[in-house]
Design a binder for this molecule. Structure first.
Ligand SMILES: C[S@@+](CC[C@H](N)C(=O)[O-])C[C@H]1O[C@@H](n2cnc3c(N)ncnc32)[C@H](O)[C@@H]1O
Length: 269
């Protein structure tokens, strides 16, 4: 097996594991009281009226929480992922077209979609920028592309995060660690303190994403804006649903990132 295939297999295994774990993730789109549609609209900054009769691609859909939101808003949704356990949940919704596959080998015609949406995926791929270009080809003229990727972290934080990642060799131990870290992360003081030196979230899933997957790219906002500009996208928008995580101060930016750890960005073809 080639190195790239081994890495891909490891990525798939970690997500297969992750999607079997969470009751919240499994049922987030079904749980009463959790408004996944509103969460999706907040994440994308898009108006709810936009989606009616649009054709959308959820590239790396996971358990399909956002495929479901787009479907609820009236769009026809194609949801693609390499993870079998993730897709098992998507398949529960007959109107969503669930496709098991690698984003590197998509079979869609060019200019097929009004929206290409890819949340939390590109930073786990070996060839993120190349994939971004491929995704743009799938957009119709005036179609929208939205991506969410990990934000740059300072070298100390990256070093310690990598050190922890390398100390594990199975998904079970990473999961147990991720859960404990999430509990610690619920304490604001500890969260703020540890967050200076290592990745920490109050969600076990977000922790697991960071510590289990073999590839994690971290980007500066300027770098991703450049991808959008170089590919001729217009109306480029950075979306920040959690405004308190947007930092202007240099020291905060160094320790927390300009956008609090994730870059959410959209543009029009
Ligand atoms: C962090 S999850 C995000 C899932 C979903 N977009 C969400 O926000 O809930 C990343 C997803 O990308 C998928 N993925 C990673 N590499 C992929 C590839 N080469 N082709 C298709 N899917 C991939 C993983 O299986 C996983 O479900």
């Amino acid at each position: 097996m080639k190195r790239i295939d081994i890495t891909k297999e490891k990525t798939k295994k970690s997500f297969d594991y992750e999607w079997t774990k969470s009751e919240f993730h499994k049922t987030s789109h079904l749980t009463e009281g959790f408004d996944i549609v509103n969460d999706f609209l907040n994440e994308t900054g898009m108006p709810k009226e936009w989606f009616k009769n649009k054709i959308c691609l959820d590239a790396g859909c996971g358990n399909g929480r956002y495929s479901y939101a787009m479907h609820k808003l009236g769009a026809k949704v194609y949801a693609v992922d390499i993870s079998d356990t993730g897709l098992d949940y998507v398949k529960k919704f007959k109107d969503i077209i669930a496709i098991k596959g690698d984003l590197n080998n998509l079979m869609f015609n060019e200019e097929s979609f009004d929206l290409v949406f890819s949340s939390g995926v590109l930073h786990h791929l070996e060839n993120s920028e190349e994939m971004f270009k491929k995704l743009i080809l799938l957009l119709k003229k005036n179609g929208i592309i939205y991506i969410k990727v990990y934000e740059w972290k300072n070298p100390i934080k990256l070093f310690i995060t990598e050190l922890i990642r390398k100390s594990f060799n199975d998904n079970n131990s990473i999961w147990n660690f991720s859960k404990k870290l999430a509990d610690v992360g619920k304490n604001k003081i500890l969260y703020n303190f540890l967050g200076l030196f290592m990745f920490i979230s109050d969600s076990a899933f977000t922790n697991f994403d960071h510590y289990a997957t073999p590839i994690n790219h971290y980007y500066k906002e300027e770098e991703i804006v450049e991808w959008f500009e170089e590919n001729g996208l217009k109306d480029i928008k950075i979306i920040n649903p959690r405004r308190w995580e947007t930092h202007k101060n240099m020291i905060q930016r160094f320790f927390r990132g300009k956008n609090g750890g994730f870059i959410r960005i959209s543009g029009i073809k």
